[in-house]
Design a protein around this ligand. Structure first.
Ligand SMILES: NC(=O)C1=CN([C@@H]2O[C@H](COP(=O)(O)OP(=O)(O)OC[C@H]3O[C@@H](n4cnc5c(N)ncnc54)[C@H](O)[C@@H]3O)[C@@H](O)[C@H]2O)C=CC1
Ligand SMILES: O=C(O)[C@@H]1CCC=N1
Length: 273
């Protein structure tokens, strides 16, 4: 059987995290992977960093790869689409991770017969804990989409969603590592103020978030009931929970995520926020 060749155009924070995760999981063989950066020099540096092959150019990468991940900035993607189109053929699959660039928009340049997938990943990909949605256009078969879901499931959780749900996914999991770091920042600051070292406060806070997230994923219980399970009557937790409720913590988080969702919708409509 001929082994598939995978290309990555743009291996920054997100594309790089996916590539690192897939290589670390052994889901991709480094010999089958090629990267292309802004310049041939950058491609060579990135190839060395990841231990994969460097493409002489983006055109060369597209010509020699079967599956092409595009991880450039949303502002750059439309600029390089014509170049991708020149070398793209119907047997290849393009996977875009760009916020705000719709499958329709990509089809405008690559053609309505191009096989296209949009993913909305997050940066925990790099440590094997991605949450990623997968959406396809009409040219991608069930087997093809399943093979990409399986590939991405090797570095966390992946599931197919209709493209219109990508905005929601951005708010809930794509952007949310950033707001989770803000929460960890707050916990760690409280720990430091109460005498912990900065490194201990960071570790205790992060491990508590990791443990709580694992419990949510493993237990089929209402979140309200899980909150109660930590609040020992007359104890410490209810002081924090009451304070956070009075100050609208949950609503603030919800409205923050909604702002990311609105921005994603605006980007997809071509509006500038
Ligand atoms: N950072 C995140 O948490 C997430 C990002 N995304 C999407 O991932 C994409 C990349 O975002 P980030 O990784 O955050 O940005 P980034 O700026 O960290 O990475 C972009 C990379 O693309 C490279 N690049 C730019 N122009 C290029 C070109 N013409 N050819 C080859 N490489 C080129 C840059 O040098 C850089 O390495 C965006 O479309 C974004 O919407 C999606 C989900 C989460
Ligand atoms: O900030 C952004 O637009 C990208 C998409 C989700 C996370 N980062």
């Amino acid at each position: 059987m001929v082994r598939m060749k995978y290309g990555f155009i743009g291996v920054g924070n997100m594309g790089g995290a996916i590539l690192r995760g897939l290589l670390h999981a052994g889901a991709l063989n480094p010999e089958d992977v090629m990267v292309a950066g802004r310049t041939p020099e950058r491609s060579a540096e990135q190839a060395q960093d990841f231990g994969v092959r460097a493409a002489g150019s983006r055109a060369a990468l597209i010509a020699s790869c079967d599956v092409i991940f595009v991880g450039v900035e949303p502002g750059t993607f439309p600029e390089i689409l014509p170049e991708i189109a020149e070398n793209f053929t119907q047997d290849k699959l393009l996977i875009s991770m760009a916020a705000g660039i719709t499958l329709d928009r990509i089809e405008e340049t690559l053609g309505t017969d191009a096989k296209l997938i949009r993913i909305m990943p997050n940066t925990p990909a790099g440590v094997g804990e991605i949450m990623v949605s997968v959406s396809r256009n009409g040219n991608v078969s069930d087997a093809e989409v399943q093979s990409i879901v399986n590939l991405l499931s090797s570095i966390g959780k992946a599931g197919e969603v209709p493209e219109e749900l990508i905005h929601a996914v951005i708010g809930v999991s794509g952007s949310s590592p950033a707001y989770t770091y803000m929460y960890i920042q707050g916990l760690a600051e409280a720990g430091e103020k109460a005498g912990m070292s900065a490194s201990d406060a960071r570790m205790f806070a992060a491990q508590a978030v990791l443990g709580a997230a694992k419990l949510v994923l493993s237990a089929d219980r209402e979140l309200e009931e899980m909150i109660d399970s930590v609040c020992t009557p007359g104890g410490t937790t209810c002081e924090a929970v009451n304070f956070l409720r009075e100050h609208g913590f949950r609503e603030i988080v919800r409205d923050g995520a909604a702002a990311a969702i609105r921005k994603s919708e605006a980007m997809s409509g071509g509006e500038k926020d």
